[in-house]
Design a protein around this ligand. Structure first.
Ligand code: GLU
Length: 300
């Protein structure tokens, strides 16, 4: 039997909030309940959004919760050569093209937004002639040409989710104009390199998964199993974000014991009848995905 390998992949763009911890707990339970290994990977890809000071706090917050890991992967900010190799492989397949569109042009020319607010690229730079490309003076972003094909994921919690990549997604960016590789490419390269067998993360990333499955295919790798867990929502229906300071781990650690927080999260997940204090190890003893709820959770 292949070993189960899961991962935490936090972005150090703020303190972890309750929604991040909810996904981290379920990722940990899924792996540990089957004796698998956990990887920690710091997703500090975007230098504009990530701060060094949050990295130590992320590790400390996970440890405080008892959400342990076995190995730490190289942080994404140091992995450019691996992403460049994947980029070259896509380039060699003739699937990449430079895109010179500005933000304003993208909004003006794009097709109706996808249901999740994504802008579907209109293809403005898809077929530029070599002469038109040579005339451009600014550094381009690089897009992946997607096929008019359905790519589906059998999500372990949410069931089947599919997109026609051309219609529902459009050609997407794999490297930004400033040279930073896109999350979609980096996450696939890193999960494949880490031998990750299952990805457990928030529902907001379900719509990225067909794109990622397509990248796995193009890079000749096997995709992991996916479990997209419900988002935590404020009573007005907004999803909790790192802006909700009262629900970040700084405020929560000052007011609660880790077992009390874990008990509340496990109750929201559907794993406990009541929000009673419990350790992560106790929850792992009888964890099963069949008991985890699929719908968003309104908290407070
Ligand atoms: N780094 C992403 C986040 O913190 C998670 C990416 C993933 O799990 O694929 O939202």
């Amino acid at each position: 039997m292949t070993e189960v390998v899961g991962r935490f992949a936090p972005s150090p763009s703020g303190r972890m909030h309750l929604g991040n911890v909810f996904a981290a707990l379920l990722a940990w339970l899924s792996v540990r309940s089957r004796g698998g290994a956990m990887i920690l990977r710091i997703e500090d890809l975007d230098p504009d959004r990530c701060r060094q000071e949050y990295i130590e706090t992320l590790r400390d917050d996970l440890q405080w919760l008892g959400l342990t890991w076995d190995t730490e992967q190289t942080p994404q900010s140091l992995r450019s050569p691996a992403y460049a190799a994947a980029f070259d492989r896509l380039q060699a397949q003739g699937l990449l093209y430079p895109c010179y569109c500005s933000r304003t042009e993208l909004h003006a020319a794009s097709a109706p937004h996808a249901s999740d607010g994504r802008v579907i690229y209109a293809g403005t730079c898809r077929n530029l002639t070599p002469a038109a490309r040579a005339a451009k003076t600014k550094a381009p972003a690089w897009r992946l040409r997607v096929p008019d094909e359905i790519w589906a994921v059998e999500d372990g919690l949410q069931g089947r989710y599919e997109e026609n990549l051309a219609r529902d997604c459009g050609d997407f960016i794999v490297r930004r104009a400033d040279g930073v590789y896109a999350y979609q490419l980096a996450v696939v390269v890193d999960d494949a390199a880490g031998g990750v067998t299952e990805v457990v993360r928030g529902m907001d990333l379900l719509s990225s998964t067909p794109r990622q499955c397509y990248l796995y295919h193009l890079l000749g790798k096997t995709p992991p199993a996916f479990f997209h867990v419900p988002l935590l929502l404020a009573p007005d229906g907004r999803r909790l974000s790192k802006r909700e300071r009262d629900l970040d781990l700084g405020a929560l650690r000052a007011a609660h014991r880790p077992e009390a927080l874990l008990g509340r999260l496990a109750f929201w997940a559907g794993l406990l009848e009541r929000p009673e204090a419990v350790s992560a190890a106790e929850l792992a003893a009888d964890f099963s995905w069949t008991r985890v709820r699929r719908e968003p959770v309104v908290v407070y």
